[in-house]
Design a protein around this ligand. Sequence first.
Ligand code: HEC
Ligand code: HEC
Length: 366
Amino acid sequence: MIEQKNEDKHNYTEVISKLINVIIVLILVIVILSVLLYNYLPDYVPQKEVSSSTIQPDSNGNFTDAAKQEALKHIDTTRYWKAPDETTLASSEKELVLYGKELIAHTAKYYGANGSLEKSATNGMNCQNCHLEAGTKVFGNNYSAVASTYPKYRARSGSIENIFKRVNDCFERSLNGKAIDTTSKEMKAIVAYIYWLGKDVPKGQKPAGSGLKDLAFLKRAANVENGKIVYTEKCQTCHQANGGGQMNSDKTEFTYPPLWGSQSYNDGAGLYRLSSFAKYAKCNMPQGSSYNNTQLTDEEAWDVAAFVNSQPRPKKDISKDWPKINEKPFDHPFGPYADGFDEQQHKYGPFKAIKEKLASINHDKK
Ligand code: HEC
Ligand code: HEC
């Protein structure tokens, strides 16, 4: 009996010590694994997941208000620039700044065919058609980096430009119209609004989300035929088969602005550069899209840009533009060029080789 008991005890301690060994080995393995994981795994950065599958346009390409609200929720306002709050406007500046905003949002009511200030001074578009949400939308061609970067050197004119020149550039090119008097109340208001928007941006800096979002080049040239298919399927319901857009019922401004034809931007405008158009479209079109809820693939954005910019539009005398031809951008569609590539390739790409050549030319010059 006693012997039996002793043997039991012996077995028992043996099992315990084995267990302890196993536990020690386990702990060692865990420690080693943790150290390895900590040192060798790439940093994990939590990303806000945005599902674009939840927000879909209806068969006409339109978004419901509910869908737009849903899209707004996903905009990461902690990282990207946000326009200042209008309720913080001092009473001394309020009237002028808000008048500037009104002029940008509804330019046609003041300068369009039946404009209250001047009739047919422009093509009837609003600044806001391209500078979305009155120039406040993240990657919607917003004005957040204007106050901080102007006056600045611009290669298009080969000179230091002030903000008045830049605003009038868009009047003369994007709005295919007349420059406005730089001493007018309207110019003062537009500039006051744009400066107020960028008032918190440190001098010389461009905040995250400013202007347009970069878009990767295609390896091939953009394709007009493919672009036509994209246009028919994804743009035409609003911008119309003839590209002329659609006026609102009281004919004061466009509900859907024109993309080509006599009432569109001219061939000296920013959007006539393929990359600007493709970047704008990628993050903003069809209406309801945003940088974190895109509807077009990169290829569709480039191809539809090629199709739209191959259509007829007003011409501007741009013989004085780009006085230094080596500073012409890779996608400026009119020669002469310093880089040896032809107009066709500058208009539709592929662009990578041109960009590299330009970089080496300009590097050698310095
Ligand atoms: C047809 C489209 C279109 C319209 C309409 C338009 N713009 Fe522009 N605007 C552009 C593009 C494209 C750029 C250049 C964006 C770039 O290259 O990053 C630009 C640039 C600007 C800039 C400089 C922005 C910067 O960050 O340097 C200002 C200021 C400006 N526009 C003001 C206006 C004003 C004011 C109006 C109305 C009178 C107007 N724009 C109408 C397309 C347009
Ligand atoms: C659901 C209607 C709708 C669809 C579909 C649509 N757009 Fe637009 N688009 C608009 C509206 C509205 C504006 C003006 C935005 C504003 O004023 O707030 C606009 C503005 C534009 C502009 C700048 C203004 C101009 O007229 O030059 C471009 C460029 C543009 N759209 C391209 C496209 C392309 C390319 C597609 C197809 C991939 C497309 N849009 C599909 C409604 C639409």
